[in-house]
Design a protein around this ligand. Structure first.
Ligand code: ATP
Ligand code: MN
Length: 462
């Protein structure tokens, strides 16, 4: 008999028919006459209840069906007597694929802490919480591709290994095949990278933006969606060493077009998840965050506040609120500042623009005041910065001058400057941290719980 996925089994038309299900046992309970097994196959948050009549199955036969075991059951789908479920299966035939020794299988009881589950990251997708998070993550990934595809953006794959050390977004992981215990040296005692794999130093990318700009100034509008690596030693609930980033880049967009796109994009993704991962979001809301669904809906239905950095700092300074980090014009805003603006002051998402040039990257378009650049960060409740972007400096002269001022080693970046030398155009783009979006939509509070296998300082297990 053909297998039916559990997500499809609650179809009323199937009542009365013979079905085949396969999955992993969540629980077994019952008495001498009848045993109930809750089975899950990962296709939905819902379990199907399987009823074993002990006149048809021996206790001995059912004994290996413990939490975590994998089984195949054929039987009749009937309306359920029990509350909380619409259908159940009366088992006719049982096949056990694999047992899970109750003394060894770590996911025995409900209510393991998220910290405990992080140490069992290889098995935690078998829990309700993580399977729900991973399905929401999947829905969001699909929504992202759908959104850009519908808008005619080209999905561009930018390299993960790069030889430029001036991407500017953060500390980089080096990539090398040199023997670290016996490094080749040049005459002046430095590492001889001409002997390394690429003949020069190489690293993992911190952002695909610079190559994205090459794509945008040829194809009109592109987006990337891929892994990004940052070797910052920041042990926070919002930073990973390896995370996924979405980076659209658009020719002929100014900062206002850029903000409009960012707002439309993020609302689209949240709406898509609410519609297509409803059961999972409801489950997560019930378990962890009763206000989750209201918060998601309110973001979709509200216009984001647009505010300059200068105005934002003024609000913070005048708030009388005591922050851990001082706030003054020129300071890089901390998450506590961002969240104050969003959660306390405006009570809605904020797009902060026109930051001091000193705290932003070299490629951002310079404003005529000589002090600020056309940056835009989208700040979200519970998260802080979810998107960072800007209009880009399209003037070759201004860009080169800024690069010189900052002493950025640009000798390997001639190709980037060529975008400004040949047919330069106004253009803009932004980066959305995928896991920050998943955090927001799932209501989880630690970024380690929204990626299957988190990488953070001192943690590279599984
Ligand atoms: P933050 O100030 O929060 O460290 P950033 O300013 O370094 O972020 P950008 O370089 O602007 O971040 O990167 C674009 C987006 O990527 C951010 O808005 C955020 O959503 C995400 N992001 C940045 N760093 C990380 C990280 N270490 N882990 C997960 N997501 C990140
Ligand atoms: Mn940023």
């Amino acid at each position: 008999m053909k297998r039916t996925k559990i997500v499809d089994i609650f179809n009323p038309e199937l009542i009365g028919s013979d079905v085949c299900v396969k999955g992993w046992v969540r629980t077994r309970r019952g008495n001498k006459n009848v045993q109930f097994v809750a089975l899950n196959d990962g296709s939905t948050i819902k379990n199907i209840q399987i009823v074993f009549d002990l006149t048809k199955f021996s206790e001995e036969e059912l004994k290996p069906i413990t939490t975590g075991a994998s089984i195949h059951v054929d039987g009749k789908l009937v309306e359920s007597q029990g509350k909380g479920q619409t259908a159940e299966i009366q088992a006719e035939k049982l096949e056990i694929y694999g047992t899970a020794d109750p003394n060894e299988y770590p996911l025995q009881k409900k209510g393991h802490t998220l910290e405990f589950l992080r140490e069992k990251a290889h098995l935690r997708p078998r829990t309700n919480t993580f399977s729900a998070v991973l399905r929401v993550r999947n829905a969001l990934a699909f929504a992202i591709h759908k959104f850009f595809n519908e808008k005619g953006f080209v999905y561009l794959n930018t390299p993960l290994i790069t030889s430029s050390d001036c991407e500017g977004a953060g500390a980089m992981f080096q990539v090398t095949t040199l023997n670290l215990n016996d490094l080749p040296k040049t005459e002046d005692g430095k590492v001889d990278y001409s002997k390394d794999f690429f003949g020069k130093p190489a690293s993992l990318t911190v952002s695909g933006q610079l190559e994205g700009e090459l794509g945008a100034t040829a194809l009109g509008a592109i987006y990337t969606f891929g892994p990004t690596f940052r070797a910052e030693n920041s042990n926070t609930p919002r930073h990973l060493s390896e995370f996924w980033m979405i980076e659209p880049e658009m020719a002929f967009y100014d900062i206002t077009d850029n903000m409009e796109l960012a707002e439309e994009f993020i609302k689209y993704c949240i709406s898509y998840a609410l519609e297509h991962a409803k059961d999972d979001i409801e489950f997560l809301s019930n378990m962890y965050d009763k206000e989750l669904i209201d918060r998601l809906k309110s973001v979709i239905n509200t216009e984001f506040v647009r505010l300059t950095y200068t105005e934002g700092v003024k609000i913070l300074e005048e708030s009388g609120h005591k922050f851990e980090f001082p706030v003054f014009w020129g300071a890089d805003l901390q998450s506590e500042h961002e969240r104050f603006l969003v959660e306390e002051h405006f009570k809605k998402p904020v797009i902060l623009t026109d930051y001091p040039k000193e705290i932003k990257a070299f490629y951002m378009k310079q404003n005529t005041d000589g002090k600020t650049v056309r940056a835009m960060d989208v700040l979200f409740p519970k998260i802080g910065e979810i998107i960072g972007g800007s209009e880009r400096e399209e003037s070759y002269e201004k860009l080169s001058k800024r690069i010189e001022e900052l002493n950025i080693p640009m000798k390997d970046m001639w190709w980037y400057l060529d975008t400004r030398r040949f047919g330069t155009v106004p253009h803009s783009g932004f980066g959305l941290g995928f896991e920050r979006l998943v955090l927001f939509v799932t209501g989880m509070t630690n970024i380690r719980d929204v990626i299957p296998f988190p990488r953070t300082p001192n943690n590279c297990e599984f």
